[in-house]
Design a protein around this ligand. Structure first.
Ligand code: SF4
Ligand code: SF4
Length: 422
């Protein structure tokens, strides 16, 4: 505990209370509550450090309502890393034994166990098949389980088969391989968007890359973000053992959140036996957009006369710092007209489970986001994060616009593999 308190004190040191962080904080924008903005959260962290506050529920809202989007960090001249401070406070809460049991169960039992996640997804898919999911909106269920409504809102029609069941373990290009990579299959793509996984591996293979798809665990980010560092370390260890990174040129993810967090393993892995591997992994991880920009896509097969707009995920833009790659790719696509939304880089309010646990705030943030997208009247909204896809889909389906959400690789598959076997 002392070590974490010391780190927290270092992280928040230097806040001048200038308030520049208020400008783009989506949580503060939705509520105008002082403790929703970085300055307010830092003040509460100081109160905690001074022993004037404890984990008796009073701190829960300020700690749980941060989206970890990092907009405040971008606007802060003192470079105070508020999401890091929030993560440390959540870690202190976990260590004080105040983490709610359902969260512990998810981080310790469900996320490391793809079999269990698969069972849950199959049950949900079957329930959707016979219309049982509609019951989640019924008054009685919502009274017993308030998050049910938000879950019903955001969970899309789930596929019968997860990506892992349809992807081969190795996908070879037709000619000699120009590179050999690992495809890191994240949970959201695996269980909700197998078409995205197919598009990614087929696109890479069509560009001459040999793709290997090992069994992996959840990247560990949800557990880490909520302060259960031990569960995140366990998942990271499982992944480092399974990936055999030394045999590959790169590790590619089509989930910007996974890509960003795989790079962060170096920060929290203490075990010296695997720390070196974490550093090797950090060097080799790419978000798929970054990798495609690097290898320079060759040989489009179709002119797709469509208008597209783009949502920059917080993990791609603010954590990985890749702010131009996707725009540059879109600008060069034959037939595609790119229309930039005014609020392209703003958080969509999804933030993992935030759209479920903080439904009202999340909805307000999403409404604003959808307004900006609607103004573009684009045929497609392109993004690189499956969690953002879930959130944006749920917002757009309730709006007047016909804009359809696509992952970057789905759009590229249309253009680069259109007359090939899909
Ligand atoms: S967090 Fe940064 S931007 Fe916000 S009040 Fe403190 S110094 Fe100013
Ligand atoms: S990370 Fe995002 S939601 Fe959290 S305080 Fe900073 S700007 Fe606000």
């Amino acid at each position: 505990m002392a070590e974490i308190l010391e780190e927290l004190s270092e992280v928040i040191k230097g806040c001048s209370r200038c308030g520049f962080c208020m400008v783009e904080c989506p949580a503060y924008g939705a509520t105008k509550i002082e403790w929703d903005v970085a300055r307010g959260r830092i003040r509460l962290a100081n109160e905690l450090l001074n022993g004037n506050m404890a984990f008796d529920g009073e701190l829960d809202d300020p700690v749980d309502t941060c989206l970890m989007c990092r907009s405040c960090y971008d606007n802060c001249s003192s470079k105070i890393d508020t999401p890091k401070a929030v993560q440390l406070i959540r870690t202190l809460r976990y260590k004080s034994g105040k983490m709610k049991l359902p969260y512990r169960m998810v981080f310790e039992r469900v996320l490391p166990n793809k079999g269990l996640m698969s069972l849950g997804t199959r049950l949900m898919s079957s329930a959707q098949g016979i219309g049982l999911d509609k019951l989640m909106n019924s008054k009685i269920i919502v009274r017993l389980f308030p998050e049910a409504e938000a879950i019903a809102d955001v969970v899309p029609k789930l596929p019968k088969k997860r990506a892992r069941k349809v992807l081969p373990h190795i996908i070879k290009p037709d000619g000699p391989a120009k590179g050999k990579v690992i495809y890191f299959l994240g949970c959201a793509v695996d269980f909700a968007y197998p078409d995205v996984a197919q598009a990614t591996v087929q696109l890479l293979a069509a560009q001459g890359i040999e793709v290997h798809v090992p069994e992996v665990s959840c990247c560990g980010l949800p557990a880490y973000t909520y302060g259960h560092v031990k569960a995140a370390q366990d998942m990271a260890k499982l992944n480092l053992e399974k990936l055999k990174i030394d045999e590959f040129d790169a590790v590619i993810s089509d989930c910007s959140t996974c890509a960003s967090f795989l790079k962060e393993y170096t920060d929290f892995i203490k075990d010296e036996n695997i720390k070196e591997q974490a550093h090797v992994l950090a060097e080799k991880v790419y978000d798929v957009s970054e990798y495609l920009a690097k290898i320079e896509l060759q040989g489009p097969r179709k002119v797709l006369n469509k208008t597209v707009t783009y949502h920059q995920s917080c993990h791609l833009g603010r954590y990985l710092g890749k702010t131009k790659e996707i725009e540059n790719i879109l600008d060069k696509l034959p037939g595609i007209t790119f229309i930039k939304a005014d609020n392209q880089n703003e958080c969509c309010g999804g933030a993992g489970s935030y759209c479920i646990t903080q439904q009202k705030r999340s909805q307000k943030i999403l409404d604003k986001k959808v307004e900006g997208i609607s103004k573009t009247k684009a045929d497609y909204l392109i993004t690189s994060c499956p969690a953002c896809m879930l959130q944006l889909n749920s917002g757009l389906k309730k709006s007047e616009t016909n804009t359809q959400v696509l992952h970057l690789t789905e759009l590229l598959k249309e253009i680069y593999l259109s007359d090939m076997k899909k």
